[in-house]
Design a protein. Structure first.
Lengths: 449, 290
């Protein structure tokens, strides 16, 4: 009996202890729940990964405008240097911890990330652009892979432009070149006043590819885009001529010494922006440098130089071969914004992409002097330093409407083969004929010819 | 009792075993498996292609160029670093140089600077208008000015120079430690017997620190095979592939071109070459000692 009583007492004690323990656990929990803000009050966070085109992390104009209009969504930008971006993105998508919205370039990047991106076709069809959206966005087809609209185009870049420092040209009474002879004459005049004439960062493959496409299009407009896909031959006299012309830029001294060790960004670019060099090959993405906003920024970035006072203008690359057919630009979307297929906030992610590529973000882009992908949004020239620069935009608009081809080479192996050949020819370690043959070999391998 | 002791011993070394087993050996095994796959997409499953990637490597001219560059780079850096490090250690071990400790500190400084910082700095110094060419002009050696990083004929030598600047002090430290182990009485006896400095260096000191020579050669060549920051940050493997290393090519194929299978094959090749080199050298050294 006594034992039973003890057992009852023990059970009662245990019950009391259990109640105390339960209270000890539940009370703090209830306090936490009571004091924490409700889930619906927290904005939805969109992780946005980009390189340069994303703009600054702090005071990003796109993010500021979007969040002001959409207070329930917060955009967090991760901006990385391009090479780091590609590596980080590749790791992130395989772990599923990546961004909601990320940038892709036309070409191999679009193909590689097609399987990780949401098909934006239905989103674009249901947008304000309607079912005819393809015709209302420049270059949207260049961001398609295996029938999937991988990304929505942001702004358009056209390459093949010779940017020149008009202030230096006027000061030294140099005429803007229109062909090879006038190019050499301009360089002779700049050399006399110790200004580097034409700066080229040949360490970077992409700018060499731009220059080669420019030369090829001057010889046989448009054929390049067939040849690199195996639809016509690459090891032909025309491409040998293109390689020879490319080499002559180095042997004639038009391209500066040490070019193969100079990256286009930032070394060659800095030399041009500071006024140490008079001309550089870039594209329409350089348009923002014609604005007062950029001039003010350049004055700070390149303090101690006249960078803030320079007037920058552009013309199509002058003819570098005899009977050159000039004026054609090549390009497409500089990048597109893709939505991750594993994003947990697809509705918000699409709102952000729509803002960037169709809505107000396009006007912000236009205000910076870039060519928006949305054809209904013209470039805003109100912030340009001089009315004479509007002619640059008008020239580009005409050329953009009839772009001769896609800037990015679709096959990565062909791209590498051509880049390696250009480097070897410039360095003098490969002949023009051997270079054309090497590229043809890569095309044959890539396309099973 | 002995079994118990074995178990306890195993317990103590198990964390290291797990670390080495999982990270090192599993990693090597997984890379080897990856080398037998056609794996060129981020998410899509890979497909087995046997040893096709190895056949491709055997026919890849860039691989041969990279191996040639590694050989030249390794030979020059190891040899010159050993010679400079040895002589610096010998000179600073005696009493003839004043403020020896300050000299030792300055000699050691480059090795503690991050290779990334060294690479970026030299990239600027070696531009055609950079400080290296300016200095050569200043001392009247204009004819020696080069496009250090832009001329394929000298770009690899430029990397050799940068590497020697950074890592000679490592050889110096190892030689300095080795020299302290030499029996001073042997040196005194040799001096008494009339041996001059050159003879003492060649016939007494150098042979007695054979172990250090071997260590530096093995580490130097393996280091050359593994070198990545220097060619990547300074020249990116250019111009025209003249400074392409296996490591930069692996990065190019795996990270930039998404060719994980082929990149894995190149990694297996690098691993095999390192193992073969080490085994051959150690065996050779043992045979000589016998």
């Amino acid at each position: 009996m006594e034992g039973l009583k003890m057992s009852d007492q023990k059970r009662a004690d245990n019950r009391s202890r259990f109640k105390v323990l339960l209270a000890a656990i539940l009370l703090p929990l209830s306090l936490i729940v009571a004091t924490s803000p409700s889930a619906s009050a927290e904005p939805t966070v969109i992780n946005w990964w980009a390189w340069n085109p994303g703009g600054p992390v702090d005071d990003n104009p796109h993010i500021k405008a979007f969040e002001a209009a959409n207070p329930d969504i917060k955009v967090v930008l991760r901006n990385l240097a391009y090479e780091d971006y590609k590596n980080a993105l590749r790791l992130a998508v395989t772990t599923g911890e990546g961004p909601d919205v990320f940038g892709v370039q036309v070409g191999p990047l679009t193909d590689q990330y097609a399987s990780s991106a949401e098909d934006l076709t239905s989103y674009l069809s249901k947008s304000v652009l309607g079912s005819g959206w393809k015709k209302k966005m420049i270059g949207a087809d260049q961001l398609v892979s295996a029938g999937k609209q991988v990304a929505s185009p942001f702004y358009i870049s056209a390459a093949g432009l010779l940017w020149y420092n008009k202030t230096l040209f006027d000061k030294n009474k140099v005429t803007v070149p229109t062909d090879l002879a006038s190019f050499k004459a301009a360089c002779a005049k700049f050399k006399a006043v110790k200004i580097n004439c034409f700066i080229h960062g040949a360490k970077d493959a992409w700018v060499n590819l731009d220059m080669f496409q420019t030369i090829s299009n001057q010889i046989d407009p448009g054929n390049f885009y067939k040849a690199i896909k195996g639809e016509s031959k690459f090891n032909t006299p025309n491409y040998v001529k293109a390689f020879s012309t490319w080499k002559s830029l180095f042997t004639s001294g038009l391209v500066q010494k040490g070019s193969l060790g100079t990256p286009q960004y930032m070394d060659a670019y800095d030399s041009y922006m500071k006024g140490s060099s008079a001309m550089i090959l870039l594209g329409s993405w350089q348009n923002p440098q014609m604005t007062k906003t950029s001039a003010a920024l350049n004055a700070k970035t390149y303090a101690g130089t006249n960078a803030g006072k320079f007037l920058h203008m552009a013309v199509p690359m002058p003819g570098l071969v005899a009977k050159a057919k000039t004026g054609a630009l090549f390009g497409g979307p500089d990048l597109g914004w893709a939505m991750s297929s594993t994003s947990k906030n697809k509705a918000a992610a699409w709102k952000w992409i729509e803002f960037l590529t169709i809505g107000e973000g396009q006007k912000i882009m236009a205000g910076q002097g870039n060519q928006p992908a949305n054809i209904s949004v013209p470039i805003d020239t109100s912030d340009f330093l001089s009315s004479s620069q509007k002619g640059v935009v008008e020239m580009q608009a005409k050329a953009l409407a009839t772009m001769i081809g896609q800037r990015e080479i679709p096959n990565a192996d062909v791209q590498k083969a051509l880049a390696d050949a250009l480097s070897a020819v410039a360095a003098g370690t490969q002949s023009a004929t051997a270079a054309a043959t090497a590229v043809q070999k890569a095309i044959n391998l890539a396309y099973g010819l | 009792m002995k079994r118990n002791q074995n178990r306890i011993g195993l317990l103590f070394i198990s964390p290291s075993l797990i670390l080495v087993g999982v990270i090192v050996y599993f990693g090597i095994g997984y890379t080897f498996w990856g080398s037998t796959r056609e794996w060129s997409d981020i998410r899509s499953p890979s497909t087995s292609i046997g040893f096709s990637n190895f056949e491709k490597v055997a026919q890849d001219p860039i691989v041969y160029m990279a191996l040639k560059n590694i050989l030249i780079f390794g030979f020059l850096t190891v040899l010159i670093q050993m010679i400079l490090g040895f002589f610096a250690a010998v000179m600073l071990s005696g009493n003839t140089i004043i403020a020896r400790n300050i000299h030792k500190t300055f000699i050691f400084l480059p090795v503690i600077i991050s290779p990334a910082v060294t690479s970026i700095s030299f990239q600027q110094l070696m531009t055609p208008d950079g400080e290296v060419n300016s200095f050569l002009r200043l001392i009247g050696l204009d004819s020696l000015q080069q496009e250090w990083l832009a001329d394929p004929k000298v770009a690899l030598v430029s990397l050799v120079i940068i590497n020697i600047w950074q890592w000679t002090s490592f050889s110096f430290i190892l030689y300095q430690a080795a020299l302290t182990q030499i029996d001073q009485e042997t040196l005194e006896a040799a001096e008494i017997d009339g041996a001059n400095s050159r003879q003492m260096m060649a016939k007494i000191i150098a042979p007695q620190i054979k172990g250090t020579h071997l260590t530096l050669v093995i580490m130097g060549f393996i280091g050359s095979m593994k070198t990545f920051e220097l060619p990547f940050l300074v020249t990116r493997g250019g111009p025209a592939g003249s400074t392409e290393f296996l490591t930069t090519y692996i990065f190019d194929q795996t990270v930039l071109r998404f060719k994980f299978g082929y990149g894995s094959t190149l990694s297996v090749l690098l691993c095999l070459l390192s193992i073969i080199f080490t085994v051959v050298l150690i065996r050779n050294s043992r045979e000589r000692n016998m």
